[in-house]
Design a protein around this ligand. Structure first.
Ligand SMILES: NC(=O)c1ccc[n+]([C@@H]2O[C@H](COP(=O)([O-])OP(=O)(O)OC[C@H]3O[C@@H](n4cnc5c(N)ncnc54)[C@H](O)[C@@H]3O)[C@@H](O)[C@H]2O)c1
Length: 415
């Protein structure tokens, strides 16, 4: 059985989802069919349809309007939303009201209120919602999680996630520097937040400072993200004025009682830096890489270091699910070797497969709307904490009891 799906948003990520669909179509577990593409920009939609014809052997129908698409393709079931972050809530609410299930790219919504509006629309309509969080679906993330669950480092006490990069260059697209369209601390930070949730469990509160250091960003000399945005390189301005903060430093308390430090700068000049590590009562664990196949790295309290195949002895029950096993070539692995684009499209194939499987089997997706909202709420808890100069709890944020920082954005979108 193949569930009819439409890609809504035919920019860089729409193209990557198409590559994910191609990967899935070549597997033994193919369960979707691309029947339509939709974008406000007709040229982007036409281009993606051309690419789809080449890759999949049939041309999806092209639309600029969701309602027209559903009218013309009445058996459509999934809207795969890959529009930019600022439009997710409008597109998702419309798609739910039109009776579609949704796979939404991260962040689920531009603000916490946007996420709540999407969840309300889902409540009205009862369709499924899955957030396309690809990082946790990497086999190396799955192994990291299995090691934590097997108490390989005892009780996790301290989580450190610190990174700094990018200087003053425009990161991928100009909208990623605009507060009202989803700045990098949301667009990139929500991945960190989801991995925090996945590995450490729910966040109780955050105390943070955010700052905008690089007020003007300049066009990068080389194209970004493995050439996925090449087509739009000519549209990139030489410089953009940034309105979204680019640097965050925070202290986090998890529901488990563990503590964390999350610091992320997209305005760091000089040598880039990125490190994640979890310390527990029995050792430390560096999570496995995302889309690079690097094994997790474990150091026990007595100094013994374990990585690669040796880790599998600690998790005898660790098995990847059927689609991940098929695409990555095995149901137990401690590393893998493939280029970024290959790993990228496999992870996208896995998340698309999961939603279709949930529709067929009547199950709820792993990263549903509640989980997707939590990840956005972690980012906004940091932003609101900085505005209020006090720790902010996740409960306050999700219930919209605190929301000064996001109020300006919500006013623009009248959500
Ligand atoms: N998971 C990941 O690793 C990853 C990586 C990159 C981007 N993303 C996410 O994918 C999404 C898209 O990012 P991108 O880099 O492709 O952006 P983009 O700007 O390249 O493309 C967005 C596309 O959406 C279209 N669009 C905007 N509003 C629309 C609407 N209302 N209806 C139909 N089409 C509309 C635009 O015309 C454009 O073609 C974002 O949410 C981003 O965070 C995820």
């Amino acid at each position: 059985m193949k569930i009819p799906l439409a890609i809504v948003g035919c920019g860089g990520m729409g193209g990557r989802h198409l590559l994910g669909l191609k990967e899935l179509s070549e597997s033994n577990l193919s369960n979707v069919e691309l029947v339509a593409v939709c974008d406000l920009r007709h040229d982007n939609a036409q281009h993606l349809a051309d690419e789809a014809e080449q890759l999949l052997g049939h041309r999806p129908l092209v639309f600029q309007d969701l309602e027209e698409m559903v009218r013309d393709v009445p058996d459509l079931q999934i809207a795969d939303i890959t529009t930019d972050a600022g439009s997710h809530h409008a597109v998702a609410c419309t798609a739910f009201d039109l009776g579609l299930h949704i796979l939404a790219e991260k962040p689920l919504g531009l603000t916490v209120r946007c996420c709540n509006r999407i969840l309300e629309a889902q409540g009205r309509c009862g369709q499924l919602l899955s957030v396309a969080e690809n990082y946790r679906r990497d086999p190396m993330s799955r192994l990291t999680k299995a090691l934590l669950e097997a108490s390989a480092i005892g009780d996790p006490h301290l989580f450190l996630d610190i990174s700094a990069s990018s200087g003053n260059r425009i990161i991928i697209t100009p909208w990623r520097h605009q507060k009202d369209r989803g700045g990098m601390l949301l667009d990139g930070g929500v991945h960190n937040a989801d991995m925090m949730l996945y590995l450490m469990g729910d966040v109780e509160q955050i105390y943070a400072r955010i700052a905008l250091w690089e007020k003007t960003r300049y066009k990068a000399r080389e194209g970004g993200v493995a050439g996925f945005y090449e087509r739009w390189a000519g549209e990139m301005p030489d410089a953009v004025e940034a309105t979204a903060e680019d640097t965050l430093a925070s202290v986090i308390t998890f529901d488990s009682g563990a503590m964390g430090q999350w610091t992320q700068s997209y305005a760091a000049h000089g040598r880039g830096f990125g490190h994640k590590v979890i310390y527990g009562s029995g050792g430390s664990l560096i999570p496995g890489g995302i889309r690079n196949g690097t094994s997790p790295s474990l150091t026990l309290a007595d100094g013994e270091e374990l990585s690669g195949e040796d880790l599998l002895d600690l998790v005898p029950d660790f098995h990847l699910d059927a689609i991940t096993s098929e695409l990555f070539g095995g149901d137990r692995m401690a590393s893998y070797a493939m280029p970024f684009p290959a790993a990228d499209r496999k992870l996208l194939a896995i998340e698309i497969h999961e939603l279709a499987d949930c529709i067929i089997e009547g199950k709820n997706p792993e990263v549903d709307g509640q989980v997707g909202r939590k990840a956005v709420a972690i980012c906004y808890a940091a932003f609101e904490s900085s505005s209020l100069n006090r720790p902010v709890t996740l409960d306050e944020i999700e219930a919209e009891l605190v929301g000064d920082y996001e109020a300006d954005i919500n006013a623009l979108y009248t959500v």
